[in-house]
Ligand binder design. Structure first.
Ligand code: SF4
Length: 200
């Protein structure tokens, strides 16, 4: 018996790594007791994680976009709720008509100067945490409208988390932007307003 107890640990289960010295772990020839069997089933049934990761997972699975469109890009944006693109897969099919119920603002189209103030107001009314996707060349940089009537990039009035290129970007490109945003959130990257230190 003394020889068996000198054997190295044979289990790499989380409980063993955490320092649990049960019979099953220290003595491989001995069959598991009732306690060890129960412990094993608990380890198989439970998934350990951190609160931060669990919150990020929940946020990415229930991100609700604001109902907001500006120009041609908005037509492409609308189609992502259709059965062909089906953003319900991401828990995002509920476009909200109130910014207070939305946490994602998709700027889809060119931003005329007169629309800058309403967009800023909508953004300010959204609760934190909140994210912004600039969809298309016009929203990202003014696009072909290099003149005084169009804002040369929506990041001049709101922090932007993801830029989706294209004129217009296809719905697949917007879905790609959404997936990239989810990856950022799951990786623990803070929203753009925090990175830029912008008061929201
Ligand atoms: S990027 Fe192209 S499709 Fe989108 S709003 Fe500008 S002109 Fe229209």
């Amino acid at each position: 018996m003394a020889l068996s107890r000198r054997l190295p640990l044979v289990s790499d289960r989380p409980a063993a790594k955490a320092g649990l010295k049960s019979e099953r772990i220290l003595w491989p020839e001995r069959g598991p007791g009732v306690f060890e069997q129960e412990l094993e089933s608990i380890e198989d049934a439970l998934m350990t994680t951190t609160v931060e990761k669990a919150v990020a997972w929940a946020q990415t699975g229930s991100m609700w976009p604001d109902t907001f469109g500006l120009a041609c890009c908005a037509i492409e944006m609308m189609s992502i709720v259709s059965s062909r693109y089906d953003i319900a897969r991401f828990g995002m099919e509920a476009f909200r008509s109130s910014p207070r119920q939305a946490d994602l603002l998709i700027i889809s189209g060119r931003v005329a100067q007169k629309m800058a103030a309403p967009i800023k107001q909508i953004y300010d009314q959204m609760l934190e945490p909140k994210w912004v996707i600039a969809m298309g060349a016009c929203a990202s940089s003014g696009g072909m409208f290099n003149n005084y009537t169009v804002l040369q990039g929506v990041d001049k009035i709101t922090p932007v988390d993801i830029h989706v290129p294209g004129c217009p970007p296809r719905p697949e490109a917007l879905v790609e932007g959404i997936v990239r945003l989810q990856e950022k959130i799951k990786a623990g990257v803070p929203p753009a307003y925090e990175i830029r230190g912008v008061a929201s």
